[in-house]
Design a protein around this ligand. Structure first.
Ligand code: HEM
Length: 539
């Protein structure tokens, strides 16, 4: 009846509606735009899309922050994104006001159709996310992290001994190292080669999910109602769901592999290596976990996508920093020689005595942050005001780590790689660390925000820091990492994407002495004894 009477409306009413709706929408948008933090002027309905560069948008965002201020707005179509370039503002919104700023922007194709809400990374803030996040924390407590240290140490020794044999393959060797750690920690199985079937499978899933997250590729992102169109009428949706089923079934198989390992070990009367999946399965025996088998399987599976490439890329950046700032290699050698000496390699027990190595790892994360736009964006779930500006519900919030980490106020001479910035205050360091060369202190305890903010901060940060520390300590103890003669290195030549790493470059990796070589060979045997318990994934 209502439809019939609408259809019988005179044509001048329809015409007025056709004109009035866009005009009213535009008035609404201008009113919101006027009250939000300033930014480059958007076009009606299009926003700033035409002004966004196709390459390294974080650099353009940093330039805009100098024009419009440390908090500014850009518009993608009619959706606002607030971009933050100052660590204090990032902490104020995403940490102090985290109750309002801990969600994720809606990603319909990837988060809802492909993963059906199973992935913690893109899940909106709420109870479902909280269950997964709590489980991750339970398997990554300081006590649990201690259980993973022996395998991280053994893998770092294996990495050094592989670098002895194939120094030119350093990038691939770093990738194998981080992949193996992630799989040992997630499932108690190691990676001996990047040709392992499981690596190919994981890359296939990662590339497919990334391919869904291309702005403008799917109409469903602008009109989420389309996700309810039956599969038979929407082949694009049927394809995404089929991929989702394949990934879920692969994740469930990995959990079943660990279940099988546990039951075989019980029959034999021994135990299997500690892993995140094993800890979660033990927890499941003791208490009810309100997740389906499928959703449970996505928790250990999240480690590879989130933790392998990020850690490997950070190590690649460390190599670039060392060859372009040779004084830092010398300082690292000096500390390692004084604390560890030439007859053994460093271990986690030496960590407290190696402040320069720890500071070097932090400076790498600051100097060229791998998650250059703060990882996955945050989204607000309530209207808010900051310094008189209006930030409406549903705004996307990007912490531009590039601009934050290279903000001169906090890090003077920001492109200079200088681990001293992160050295604890001691009498000796203070002589070189006057406030004028160290800048305003960063609000985070860690001194940087490369792992994100507040309730969404990276839950794997301590695990990643342990991998970075042990790999850097052992490699720096063993090797000279040097520039090739006559090569000019570009410290800005980085890849595109959400996670960045230096574009391919060559360097000269030389063992420091025959004694160092012998120690590495001897320690490889000890490492292999530990790694033997972690069955490798098949090629
Ligand atoms: C150098 C290595 C790493 C860096 C730089 C890094 C950085 C980040 C960043 C910036 C975020 C987004 C935080 C935010 O939204 O505020 C994040 C999220 C996340 N990271 Fe990491 N990460 C690293 C390693 C790892 C590792 C080893 C794991 C394995 C446990 C991991 C698991 C995750 C997960 C599951 C999330 C999503 C958390 C959520 O949405 O609640 N990351 N990471």
């Amino acid at each position: 009846m209502a439809i019939e009477s609408m259809l019988s409306l005179p044509s001048y009413v329809w015409l007025s509606l056709l004109i009035a709706v866009p005009i009213l929408t535009l008035i609404h948008d201008v009113w919101v735009w006027y009250r939000m933090p300033p930014g480059p002027t958007p076009l009606p309905f299009v926003g700033n899309k035409h002004q966004l560069p196709s390459s390294q948008p974080w650099v353009q965002f940093q330039k805009w922050s100098k024009v419009y201020g440390p908090i500014f707005t850009i518009w993608i179509g009619r959706k606002p994104t607030v971009i933050i370039s100052d660590p204090v503002i990032a902490a104020e919104l995403m940490e102090k006001r985290s109750a309002k700023y801990s969600s994720r922007p809606r990603m319909v194709a990837m988060g809802e159709i492909l993963w059906d809400g199973a992935s913690v990374l893109v899940q909106p803030y709420g109870k479902e996310w909280g269950v997964r996040r709590k489980l991750l924390h339970q398997a990554l407590t300081p006590k649990a992290l201690r259980l993973y240290k022996p395998v991280q140490t053994a893998e770092a020794s294996r990495l050094c001994s592989q670098l002895l044999g194939a120094p030119n393959s350093w990038e691939k060797l770093l990738e194998r190292f981080t992949s193996s750690i992630v799989f040992c920690v997630a499932y108690g199985h190691r990676i001996d080669s990047l040709n392992a079937e499981i690596i190919r499978q994981r890359f296939k899933f990662m590339h497919y999910s990334a391919s869904l997250n291309v702005p403008g590729k799917y109409m469903v992102e602008s009109f989420p109602i389309l996700k309810h169109v039956p599969d038979i009428l929407a082949p694009w949706k049927a394809e995404i769901k089929a991929y989702g089923r394949e990934e879920a079934s692969a994740n469930i198989s990995l959990v079943n592999m660990v279940r099988d390992d546990i039951s075989k070990a019980k029959t034999r009367g021994d135990d299997i290596p500690d892993s995140l999946c094993k800890l979660l399965l033990e927890l499941q025996e003791k208490e009810h976990i309100p997740l389906s088998e499928r959703d449970f399987s996505f928790i250990p599976a999240s480690l590879f996508g989130a933790g392998s490439d990020t850690t490997a890329s950070t190590l690649c950046t460390a190599f670039l920093a060392l060859i372009t700032h040779p004084e830092t290699l010398q300082a690292a050698h000096k500390e390692l020689d004084a604390v560890v000496g030439p007859s053994r390699t460093p271990t986690f027990e030496d960590e407290a005595q190696l402040p320069y190595i720890r500071a070097l790892a932090k400076e790498v994360l600051r100097w060229r942050p791998v998650a250059v736009l703060g990882g996955t964006p945050h989204a607000s779930t309530e209207d808010d005001h900051y310094e008189g500006y209006y930030i409406p519900t549903g705004t996307t919030i990007l912490g531009n780590s590039w601009a934050i980490n290279l903000n001169e106020e906090y890090y003077p001479n920001p492109h200079h790689f200088n681990p001293m910035r992160f050295l604890p205050n001691t009498a000796i360091n203070n002589a070189e660390k006057s406030p004028s060369n160290m800048g305003t202190p960063h609000p985070a305890k860690s001194g940087h925000s490369s792992f994100g903010w507040g309730r969404r901060i990276c839950p794997g940060a301590d695990l990643a820091m342990n991998s970075l520390f042990i790999a850097l300590a052992k490699m720096l103890w063993a090797f000279d990492i040097l520039p090739l003669k006559g090569v000019r290195y570009d410290t800005f030549a980085y890849t595109e994407g959400f996670n960045i790493r230096p574009r391919k470059f060559e360097c000269d990796i030389r063992v420091r002495s025959e004694e160092h070589r012998e120690v590495l060979q001897r320690e490889l045997k000890e490492a292999e004894d530990i790694l033997e318990r972690f069955t490798p994934f098949r090629e």
